[in-house]
Design a protein around this ligand. Structure first.
Ligand code: OAD
Length: 264
């Protein structure tokens, strides 16, 4: 608790105007009105305190490959075994992870706001679900699901690992089973639903995302004229100019306090 109070003190200082629109918030709590509709976008930073490495920043590389080199249709065509090795490693890491206080604070918030909260995550782990969140738009897919790369049979639950010398998993149609992940160059999932929620929200909160990957990086700019835009994370995101308020610090430390007594 002492650490959280210290952060609350640290955040009470304005950002120099040359940096863009945002100011470090003056308050240690976020409150919502009854009529508010809240859109929350989470990124890899929300799972960092659960031991799942983020993509950018320290530890952002895997065996000297950039994420784009193992997470694209081109990478899949070139070397599906390498791609499965990467996602098998990610399944092992995510399979051992437990939700942290940030995931729990978001599930508590859903319990308070019900369907006035829209939770959209770029994360492919299942830590929001493990924490008890019920309605989650996984715009970049789900790590523990797979689907055929050829036919239209839908994604199915799959926690297996496929690493050499294991054979590549096959669909009954002869296609190769691939991770149910939105790769670079592919269309993110549930976008109609996501844009509808963005267009109705009155409060937009991005948590633990670098603001470097589209389309999520543009969500804040899309709503900033009519919704309050807030960022939570230890460092400024690339799209910082789209945020009105910022809370700088680790999500697992900040969110439980920020959402305490969220309803006014
Ligand atoms: P990034 O790895 O780009 O950014 C992670 C963000 O989390 C950074 O801004 C960090 O400052 C922040 N962060 C680190 N520790 C944190 C903590 N304890 N609490 C809060 N924030 C913290 O991750 P994303 O923005 O999620 O896509 O990346 C977006 C997409 O790029 C991913 O979904 C993935 C990747 O390529 C695909 O795989 C399709």
């Amino acid at each position: 608790m002492e650490i959280i109070r210290l952060y609350a003190l640290l955040v009470r200082r304005p950002i120099e105007s040359s940096r863009g629109a945002g100011v470090l918030s003056d308050s240690s709590m976020i409150t919502f009105k009854l009529e508010d509709r809240v859109f929350i976008l989470t990124g890899a930073g929300v799972s960092a305190e659960s031991g799942i490495p983020t993509f950018r920043g320290a530890g952002g590389l895997w065996r000297n490959y950039r994420i784009e080199e193992v997470a694209s249709p081109y990478a899949w065509r070139r070397d599906p075994r390498l791609v499965w090795e990467f996602y098998s490693m990610r399944r092992r890491v995510a399979g051992a992870a437990k939700p942290n206080p940030a995931h729990l604070a978001l599930s508590d918030l859903e319990a308070q706001l019900g369907d006035r909260l829209f939770l959209c995550t770029q994360n492919v782990d299942n830590l929001h679900e493990q924490a008890g969140s019920k309605r989650i738009a996984h715009m970049h897919g789900e790590l523990f699901k797979s689907r055929c790369d050829r036919c239209s049979s839908g994604p199915f639950p799959d926690a297996a690992t496929y690493e050499p010398p294991a054979e590549l998993p096959r669909c009954a149609c002869g296609g190769i089973v691939r991770p149910h992940i939105c790769w670079f160059g592919e269309m993110p999932y549930q976008m109609d639903e996501i844009f509808q929620a963005l267009d109705r929200c009155t409060v937009f909160i991005a948590i633990g995302t670098s603001g470097a990957v589209e389309p999520a990086a543009s969500f804040a700019a899309r709503v900033t004229r009519r919704a309050k835009t807030i960022y939570v994370g230890p460092e400024e995101p690339a799209n910082r100019g789209a945020f009105a308020d910022w809370y700088l610090g680790p999500a697992g430390e900040l969110l439980p306090e920020l959402f305490q007594g969220a309803m006014t």
